[in-house]
Design a protein around this ligand. Sequence first.
Ligand SMILES: NC(=O)c1ccc[n+]([C@@H]2O[C@H](COP(=O)([O-])OP(=O)(O)OC[C@H]3O[C@@H](n4cnc5c(N)ncnc54)[C@H](OP(=O)(O)O)[C@@H]3O)[C@@H](O)[C@H]2O)c1
Length: 283
Amino acid sequence: MVEDIAMPLSITSTVPLNSGEAMPLFGLGTFRMPTGAATEGAVHRALTLGYRLLDTASAYGNEAEVGRAIAGSGLDRGTIFLTTKAWVDEQGYDETRAACRRSLAALRTPYVDLYLLHWPAPGRWPEAWRALLTLQESGLCRAIGVSNFAIHHLEALREISVVPPAVNQVEFNPFRYDRDLLAYCRDHDIRLEAYTPLTRGARFTHPVLKRLAAAHGKTPAQTLIRWGLQHGVIEIPKATSDAHLRENAHVFDFALTDDDMSTLDALDEQYTVVNPEWRAKFA
Ligand SMILES: NC(=O)c1ccc[n+]([C@@H]2O[C@H](COP(=O)([O-])OP(=O)(O)OC[C@H]3O[C@@H](n4cnc5c(N)ncnc54)[C@H](OP(=O)(O)O)[C@@H]3O)[C@@H](O)[C@H]2O)c1
């Protein structure tokens, strides 16, 4: 829903969630950040550069580093939007409630802004969702949502819960442009959040992307991020180096035209970084 985002876009732009919170449209992913000082340093650097959305997960093994970076940033906790996720084996009513408390302890925070079911664990996610409702009720999670949910999962969730997920975090970029899922989420007031917005660099040399990026004096990474933002999708590119962190945040001084957007939309090839056997387990 681009319509309900104030223009022009900036690093402080937020989108309203159906739960009432305002979520930054742009932030930092932390998957595969090396544990230890490097991760803490990258997150700290990102906060210094103005990033206010941080995406982690218990499965990334770096919640402690993310928590230390937040604590050391000197920023008021309320100005940072923090997301973490319940892994597959942490799903189930008791399991998810316990997992959330473990994550909060590792992150050294009394609450997370958004807690997601990382994948729809077969037979387990419905009870895990019920746990999320109670965690939200008790204030440990401000907003709750899902990740890697297909339309049929979201439909099944509708059957068991009057509370919809605030966010669905999925693999999403021009090379994996799932229009149907984006439209479904729009229609049901669920925010789409893009993971792997940069294709992990796998499509940076695509000639169409390179041409468009050059026409705007931008890099392929910046062009990919801007494409997602202009679709109203929350973007969380992961970057470790100072150069990448800066580059990715410099996407608010240009705009793709409608023609550029259509050209990028047409690059869809259902590209994925996810192992097909793994994805099939959650189909
Ligand atoms: N829910 C899920 O199942 C799920 C799955 C995957 C990811 N995620 C989340 O989404 C976030 C983003 O996805 P991702 O990390 O898989 O992939 P990504 O953001 O598409 O790509 C990250 C890779 O691109 C590099 N990079 C970053 N900025 C760059 C730039 N300007 N120029 C060149 N290379 C650049 C990074 O290198 P450096 O680190 O060296 O800078 C890193 O190798 C994750 O970190 C995680 O928080 C969620």
